[in-house]
Design a protein around this ligand. Structure first.
Ligand code: 13P
Length: 240
């Protein structure tokens, strides 16, 4: 299966920046990996129009559990779809930490995303303290159990919190062990479908470390933060 290189722009991307990041992706030429960009909600429609007809997909970074209603400031999955998104990142550690998102909320959002025709990318990952205590698989296992609905069909992203935005990448050994653990959990729960579910790695992925991380067994691609804000770095990762 082709690997997916997904860019999570987080809260970056005024209009001129969004155009500067997205436009060079149109000139990428043939790639062996699929590309996805997840701009802030305000730029999804613009970036979708810019990339229309190209193989680069567009996604959101969060969605509400409901399709519409009195939820000031929130954005629903059908709205993301309507703006041109085909994917949505859910349960990112920054939302779990800063917005108190629980596994059951992430699960409800995942159901909403699928109902709207979006492919969910559900994020899991342990903190530095949890890893120090040796709890990383227990934490990730619990997040998977609680965040993925029973008929889950989507993508999982393993993002160790201590590797996000720190320049401190997980070792290939750490990634191999966790991705194998996640694969086994997915197969136990979803049977043969669990064999094929992509598991992305995220956390300080750069052009310099992408080739070795993407070569680790059960790594189905990368979820890239900082390095996705520069088209040349993002494309270098896709070509690594
Ligand atoms: P960085 O690549 O900046 O470490 O961010 C990773 C991330 O959180 C992607 O969702």
């Amino acid at each position: 299966m082709r690997q997916l290189i997904a860019g999570n722009w987080k809260m970056f991307g005024l209009t001129a920046e969004a155009v500067a990041i997205a436009t060079p992706l149109l000139e990428a030429g043939a790639l062996t990996r699929d590309l996805l960009v997840c701009p802030p909600a305000t730029q999804i429609a613009l970036v979708s129009r810019l990339l229309a007809g190209s193989p680069v997909a567009v996604g959101g970074q969060d969605c509400h559990t409901e399709t519409h209603g009195a939820h000031t400031g929130d954005i629903s999955a059908p709205m993301l779809r309507d703006a041109g998104a085909s994917y949505v990142i859910l349960g990112h550690s920054e939302r779990r930490q800063n917005h108190g998102e629980t596994d059951s909320l992430v699960r409800a959002k995942t159901l909403a995303a699928v109902a709207a025709g979006l492919t969910p990318i559900v994020c899991v990952g342990e903190s530095a303290e949890e890893r120090q205590a040796g709890w990383e698989t227990a934490v990730v296992g619990k997040q998977l159990n609680g965040s993925l609905p029973d008929d889950f069909a989507g993508i999982v992203a393993y993002e160790p919190v201590w590797a996000i935005g720190t320049g401190r990448t997980a070792t290939e050994g750490d990634v191999a062990a966790m991705h194998l653990f996640i694969r086994q959990a997915l197969v136990r729960r979803f049977g043969p479908a669990g064999e094929a579910m992509p598991i992305l790695y995220g956390g300080s992925v750069r052009p310099s470390n992408a080739a070795s991380l993407l070569a680790v067994p059960h790594v189905g691609g990368a979820l890239v933060g900082g390095a996705s804000l520069k088209a040349s770095d993002f494309l270098d990762i896709a070509r690594a």
